[in-house]
Write a protein that binds this ligand. Structure first.
Ligand code: FAD
Length: 467
């Protein structure tokens, strides 16, 4: 009887434990992806994410063909789809890699128990995180709320496992009907806003691995010095690939570690690359921390982690102000450059994300959830954990957050991190034109108004507890 491998946020054949286990079972395999827009509680994908998913599924289908398998596409509530594919194929086992959002876990748990009740084996595996959120705990057995001790605790864990090789002995279970990808309409039609995305990105696991390797050999030694400079191509650009699981954190971890092991530490280049590797893997652990928080405090995606912020006097998000921010027409050059980079390419440099977020939440005093929503719709790496966690970090409403009174000054940030204005000019070529708008708000006055608003809420209310 065949096995089903249910692909979700793990759109790769390399280092894919679910696929591996199915191959080991030895029976013919059905590879299934479900576009689930029906199960309750799942957040609909944003536009940029849908664009990415379309191309990622094409790439996955091609990787699967290389090993003799086929990708079956179905749409609907996952429980119903799994049920019908099991019935159609007579499958006796279903394998998948874990996900960590609350609604996703509920869906998966429901499916697991009904499969088991029907005598079908159901197995879930660790594939998307180096450290399962329930295994990294404080001395008191509680989840971490602060990054640095979490990070130290991860480093004290046993080394993450090595990536699994691509399976080479898998048999296809043929004849399962599949939807046509084009019928899912994941791509924009009119208007086709995806031109900049097509230029900037090639989704898929082959590109992900090439990108990682190019980053290690070309960029790692300057990562520490340049990671904060948006004009440089100094970071890995792996976030959308990690978001969709086109590369696993285990691959990133071990490729980086073995690259470092090959370096000559007696040279300054070698030393700098080794330092770059530590800084880079530390960022990867920020991703782990985001999921740790999402797992233990699922409400982090929509509720202030510090309930004091429930009383914050946010400004009305007027359509005019929101559109100026979204379209990069605030008259504040670094903010506009970031927002235009996002709109055109589906990505924004981390430093600039902090600046545009601070500008929205503090200078414009707009609730972080408005910004999180826009990012969710426009980022190709829109991530259920990292997006909300980072917005709450900037807003000051999160755990281990930057304090609200730390207002980024976008002018000083530009001077420091884009001194030649190269990044700004790339995305705001009209900066000297008459049509470029004057600043939407006075930076000094709006900063003061933000601090006054902050002074009006009570600071002594504890962090949110799991609801
Ligand atoms: P690198 O510097 O090469 O880092 C390697 C990897 O580490 C990244 O690919 C990413 O997976 C992880 N990482 C790095 N920084 C962070 C971080 N602060 N938090 C969590 N993981 C991190 N990242 C997302 O992946 N999805 C999001 O939706 C997202 N939203 C954000 C919203 C705001 C307001 C801010 C300030 C940051 C957000 N980030 C998000 C984090 C960060 O900006 C991106 O991960 C980073 O810019 C990706 O570029 P890179 O892959 O070149 O990073």
């Amino acid at each position: 009887a065949p096995s089903i491998v249910w692909f979700r946020d793990d759109l790769r054949v390399a280092d894919n434990p679910a696929l591996h286990e199915a191959a080991q079972r030895g029976e013919p395999i059905v590879c299934l992806y479900i576009l689930d827009d029906a199960s309750s509680g799942l957040r609909p994908l944003g536009g940029a994410a849908r664009w990415w998913l379309h191309h990622s599924l094409e790439a996955l289908a091609s990787s699967l063909r290389d090993i003799g398998l086929e990708l079956t596409l179905r749409r609907g509530a996952a429980a119903d789809v799994i049920d019908s594919v099991v019935t159609e194929t007579g499958a006796k086992a279903v394998f998948w890699n874990r996900r960590y959002g609350e609604a996703e876990r509920n869906v998966d748990a429901g499916i697991k128990s009904s499969l088991r009740a029907a005598g079908v084996e159901a197995r879930s595996t660790q594939a998307s995180l180096l450290f399962e959120p329930w295994t990294v705990l404080t001395g008191q057995g509680a989840p971490y709320r602060v990054f640095t001790p979490f990070y130290r605790s991860c480093l004290a864990e046993p080394e993450p496992r090595h990536p699994l090789p691509v399976v080479d002995e898998a048999t296809l279970f043929a004849g399962v009907t599949s939807d046509a990808l084009d019928d899912w309409s994941l791509l924009p039609t009119a208007p086709d806003w995806a031109g900049g995305l097509r230029e900037a990105w090639t989704p898929g696991e082959t590109t992900a691995l090439e990108r990682l390797r190019a980053f290690l050999s070309d960029e790692l030694s300057s990562y520490v010095a340049e990671q904060d400079l948006p004009a440089q191509d100094a970071t890995s650009g792996l976030s959308p690939y990690l978001r969709w699981g086109e590369i696993s954190p285990f691959q990133v971890w071990h490729e980086t570690r073995s690259y470092v092991a090959s370096l000559d530490r007696r040279t300054s280049e070698g030393t700098r690359a080794a330092e770059g590797a530590s800084a880079f893997l530390r960022q990867l652990v920020w991703r782990e921390f985001s999921y740790h928080l999402l797992f233990h405090w699922p409400q982090i995606t929509h509720a202030n982690m510090r309930p004091a912020f429930d009383d914050f006097p946010w400004a009305e998000p007027s359509p005019v102000v929101m559109e100026a921010w979204q379209m990069g027409r605030t008259g504040v050059p670094l903010v506009d450059a970031g927002m235009r980079e996002l709109w055109q390419t589906g990505i924004m440099h981390n430093r600039v994300r902090m600046v545009v977020a601070s500008f929205l939440v503090k200078n414009l005093r707009i609730d972080w959830r408005e910004g999180e929503r826009w990012f969710w719709d426009t980022l190709v790496d829109a991530d259920p954990a990292a997006n909300a966690v980072n917005w709450q970090w900037v807003a000051g409403s999160g755990v281990d957050a930057a304090p609200y009174f730390r207002v980024f000054n976008p002018e000083l940030q530009a001077t420091k991190f884009d001194p030649a204005r190269e990044y700004i000019r790339r995305f705001v070529p009209d900066i000297d034109a008459e049509t470029y708008p004057p600043p939407l708000v006075d930076l000094k006055e709006s900063r003061k108004a933000a601090l006054d608003a902050y002074a009006s809420i009570s600071k002594d209310r504890a962090l949110g507890e799991p609801g």
